[in-house]
Write a protein that binds this ligand. Structure first.
Ligand code: IPE
Ligand code: IPE
Ligand code: MG
Length: 238
């Protein structure tokens, strides 16, 4: 079952980490780091589309990031809303389908409206699906799936014995999107931080030392090249 080494990953997910440290190195505010990070994210979406990667998931804001000070949180929400608003047409023209994963109820009304608008505008696009993880936490996602299955069982619309891995996947925010092939985290941190725990079961992990605002399409290509050197075995003998 091992993949052919040159097969491009179908689904790449990135933890875009290091904006704060990048800003501190330059005596800038953390928010200026996030602004630079947002510009880099746009370049990476374009590079992924160009490389024919059909699914890209970017971690923009975690459920734990709500614990940051309120100025940073509101600055990030404004930045996310503004970049979605101003880049919507460009994303659409590039054939990007936007999908936001995360706990929507926690988001400010204005950003929620923008998300719904851009998701609707881009829903027929097929070149690349961009999942933006906003107010996203993987454990919360799994609990949400468990609750919706439990409700179906309670209402006698589902038998417990019919719960399979596939059915469980279909109740996650990422329903319909294939599992990760490649996980990338920048900034030298070697942890998962509550990201896509179910979906990364067999992902290849690539950690990059560069801080996210310094990450380039070349670095992205290098991470894909590293992925292509990995032998994926999915439990079979070497
Ligand atoms: C990633 O950069 C962006 C978000 C988490 C929103 P950080 O803000 O975590 O930057 P560091 O890790 O403090 O450098
Ligand atoms: C993960 O990065 C979330 C995002 C990049 C959006 P964090 O910087 O929040 O993760 P920890 O706290 O270092 O694990
Ligand atoms: Mg960080």
């Amino acid at each position: 079952m091992s993949d052919h080494p040159s097969r491009p990953p179908q689904h790449v997910a990135i933890i875009m980490d290091g904006n704060g440290r990048w800003a501190r190195q330059r005596s800038l505010s953390r928010l200026e780091g996030h602004h630079q990070g947002s510009a880099v994210a746009q370049d990476i979406v374009a590079a992924a589309a160009q490389m024919g990667i059909p699914y890209l998931t970017l971690y923009a804001f975690s459920s734990e990031n709500w614990r940051r000070d309120s100025a940073e949180v509101s600055g990030l929400m404004t930045l996310l809303q503004h970049s979605l608003e101003t880049k919507a047409d460009e994303l659409h023209e590039k054939g990007v389908r936007l999908k936001v994963i995360g706990e929507r109820d926690a988001l400010p009304h204005a950003i929620l409206k923008t998300i719904e608008k851009v998701e609707d505008q881009t829903k027929e696009n097929t070149r690349i699906t961009l999942q933006m993880a906003i107010s996203y936490g993987s454990r919360a996602e799994i609990v949400h799936a468990a609750k919706s299955l439990a409700e179906k069982v309670r209402d006698r619309r589902l038998n417990p014995e019919d719960i399979t891995e596939q059915l469980f996947s279909d109740h996650l925010y990422t329903a319909g999107v294939p599992d990760l092939d490649l996980f990338i985290r920048t900034s030298g941190e070697h942890r998962i931080s509550n990201y896509l725990l179910w979906q990364l079961s067999y992902a290849e992990l690539v950690f990059v030392d560069k801080l996210w605002p310094d990450f380039t399409p070349e670095d992205f290509k290098e991470a894909i090249a590293t992925y292509n050197t990995r032998e994926r075995r999915f439990g079979t003998a070497a």
